[in-house]
Write a protein that binds this ligand. Structure first.
Ligand code: TYM
Length: 336
């Protein structure tokens, strides 16, 4: 059987949320012991919407530290920053040349993000090509992501197949690795449970940040929108707020949805919300402690250096094959 190779990326466009953790990073931690893994802080993707330069720099390092604080082991996984490996943008260009404008326009995330911008950058539109490049450079077999990335992964698969049909079997066609909703692939906003929890939401009460202190977490859960009923039962359609809190409590406490329903059924929502907040605080406590240690030790630069060197080796070899197949002349001179 061929080797399992995992790639995933997280944008440094703000501090990470509980949605990022439960929907993606938590799964990265398990997968790192089963597969060859690459985890990337995708700073170039963040640039597709306006960013304040110093904040972007700080947030890039923050996400890298949070990766490790959440349990990614740099001795086991390759952890790196996207802009440190030039092959990502180089392959992205080549993929743009086989992508149709109509395909990019159809992307739901493009449409949603474009609606929020006064002017829309070209990068926002070609975002999925860069994401496809990230994945295809490493012969990735599995991509662990939340539900919102499904459409981008379908496009990645289409591009890989299109390329292979035109130029020969070069790319591995990756499989999405998306958990069911009950397992956290779509954690919803605490203030509007019909929308996903997102760090770009204007209302900070709608999301929990991995760095939120316990008191803030308690307040946000106390205010979380539920419904007029009293019944704690999993029903995404009719009880989206309660169902979302049940998923969060279940993932943070290890208790099943059935057990949670039995425990809190008909007792009203107050205790249920309190216990959910405490379970989240207990889950985040060791992450926040390790994060603080990493800030103090300044150890992140070396990790990212080693990660980029490892990633560069694999990515540049793949890029050379792609360039060759597409008819680019290989440079014959020695660089420098
Ligand atoms: P990003 O940075 O928006 O989110 C990072 C990961 O967190 C997941 N996620 C969620 N999961 C459950 N519930 C939520 N509310 C929630 N919010 C976010 C996302 O699905 C994602 O897995 N385009 C990607 C980054 C990327 C990437 C890649 C991913 C760039 N290149 C290559 C995989 C492979 C993004 O914007 O994720």
């Amino acid at each position: 059987m061929s080797e399992k190779i995992v790639f995933s990326g997280v944008q440094p466009s703000g501090a990470l949320t509980l949605g990022n953790y439960l929907g993606a990073i938590r799964n990265f931690v398990t997968l790192q012991y089963e597969a060859r893994c690459y985890f990337c802080v995708v700073d170039l993707h963040a640039l597709t919407v306006p960013q304040e330069p110093e904040r972007l720099r700080a947030q890039t390092l923050e996400v890298a530290r949070l990766f490790i604080a959440c349990g990614l082991d740099p001795a086991v996984s390759t952890i790196f920053v996207q802009s440190h490996v030039a092959a990502h943008t180089q392959l992205s260009w080549l993929l743009e040349c086989i992508t149709y404008v109509g395909e990019l326009r159809r992307m739901t995330q493009f449409k949603e993000k474009a609606r929020k911008q006064e002017v829309v950058s070209t990068g926002l539109m070609t975002y999925p090509d860069l994401m496809a490049a990230d994945i295809l450079l490493y012969d990735t077999t599995h991509v662990p992501v939340g539900e919102d990335q499904k459409q981008h992964l379908e496009l990645t698969r289409n591009l890989a197949e299109r390329f292979n049909n035109r130029f020969g079997p070069i790319f591995v066609v990756p499989e999405p690795y998306i958990a069911p909703r009950q397992s956290g692939s779509r954690i919803m906003s605490l203030t509007d449970p019909t929308k996903k929890m997102s760090k770009s939401d204007e209302n900070p009460n709608s999301y929990i940040l991995l760095t939120d202190p316990p008191d803030v977490i308690r307040k946000k859960f106390a205010r979380a929108v539920t419904d007029n009923g009293r019944e704690v039962r999993y029903d995404e359609k009719n009880k989206p707020g309660v169902s979302n809190l049940m998923v969060i409590l279940s993932l943070c406490s290890g208790r099943s949805l059935e057990e949670i329903a039995r425990t809190y059924n008909s007792s009203g929502y107050a205790q249920f919300k309190k216990d959910t907040a405490e379970a989240v605080i207990a889950t985040l406590e060791p992450i926040q402690r390790r994060y603080q240690e990493l800030v103090e030790s300044g150890a992140i630069d070396q990790v990212l250096c080693v990660g980029a060197a490892r990633a560069r080796q694999v990515a540049s070899a793949k890029l050379a094959v792609v360039q060759d197949r597409m008819g680019l002349v290989r440079a014959q001179c020695n660089e420098g």
